[in-house]
Design a protein around this ligand. Structure first.
Ligand SMILES: [Zn+2]
Length: 283
């Protein structure tokens, strides 16, 4: 092999390695119910994984960034995340492994009058519109702060039974232990989208942190923010209660990434409550 050919070959290999690194996913292997961070050094307006497409946004450092949720119901396996330009054509791709993940089952004991609570079509419409909205401006930064200091009574993804009957629902957030009346803090800056009391969810605040990240806080006794307000990270939004479908005071909170409920414990470090002290609680 001539020197010229060898040099050309080395350059070609370097160029292809550089092209492969234009876009990346982090982490490259993930459990069900978690969030993959997708980023590009070249312009990419969206990323697609197994039929799910999320928007990407140019950051202040010039790179492009987005949040890809992996739902609890997704199928484990080896995937390719495609990065798409403005015209929808693929500009790069990166490999992602979704690991098989087991979620435990939990029975929740509810009083009949509490089990009988139901959401109205208007409630469902309000909550769905919130979940589906993705706003352009980013108000959040790592790390998020815990809304309250309490330990985790019930983790994300648990298959729920109510009074022994399967509900077909998974626990779409986490429950943290708290006495009633303690303040609940925004995990990041954001816009207040919902601050109202629902039959099932109780006193609820929903925050849009921008660029696909949203959080929601339930069962609160008192809400101290109004829809349309802007909150800072750590600001008090309400107080822990037992309103709605709850059998005692606790905070249930949810992280939505581009409309999909994901595990808050990937975002905020929290300890599980000791098994002997854990009390059943509900969403
Ligand atoms: Zn809950």
């Amino acid at each position: 092999m001539s020197i010229t050919l060898l040099v050309a070959l080395v350059y070609a290999m370097m160029a292809s390695a550089a092209a492969a690194q234009k876009c990346s996913v982090k982490p490259t292997a993930i459990s069900l119910g978690q969030t993959v961070r997708v980023s590009c050094q070249i312009a990419a307006s969206s990323a697609r994984l197994n039929g799910r497409t999320v928007r990407m946004f140019q950051q202040t450092n010039g790179s492009w960034f987005g949040l890809m949720p992996v739902a609890v119901a997704d199928v484990p396996g080896a995937y390719s995340v495609e990065f798409l330009g403005e015209d929808g054509a693929a500009v790069a791709s990166a490999k992602l492994t979704i690991r098989a993940t087991r979620f435990p089952t939990q029975n929740v004991v509810l009083a009949p009058q509490i089990e009988a609570l139901h959401s109205t079509p208007e409630d469902i419409e309000t909550l769905t519109a919130f979940r589906k909205s993705v706003s352009d401006e980013r108000f959040w930064d790592d790390p998020l702060t815990a809304p309250i200091p309490g330990c985790v009574l019930s983790p994300f993804g648990v298959k729920r039974l109510h009074n022994g009957k399967p509900t077909g629902e998974i626990h779409a957030g986490i429950d943290q232990r708290s006495a009633a009346g303690l303040p609940v803090h925004a995990v990041a800056g954001g816009a207040v989208k919902i601050a109202q009391t629902f039959a099932v969810l109780g006193g609820t605040v929903a925050l849009d942190h921008g660029q696909g990240l949203e959080t929601m806080y339930l069962h609160m006794s008192k809400l101290v923010v109004e829809p349309g307000a802007q909150v800072k990270k750590g600001e008090v939004i309400g107080y822990v209660g037992a309103t709605g479908r709850a059998n005692g005071p606790h905070l249930h909170w949810v992280v939505y990434v581009n409309g999909v409920a994901v595990n808050p414990q990937q975002w905020v470090a929290l300890k599980a409550c000791g098994a002997e002290k854990a009390k059943p609680s509900t969403k």
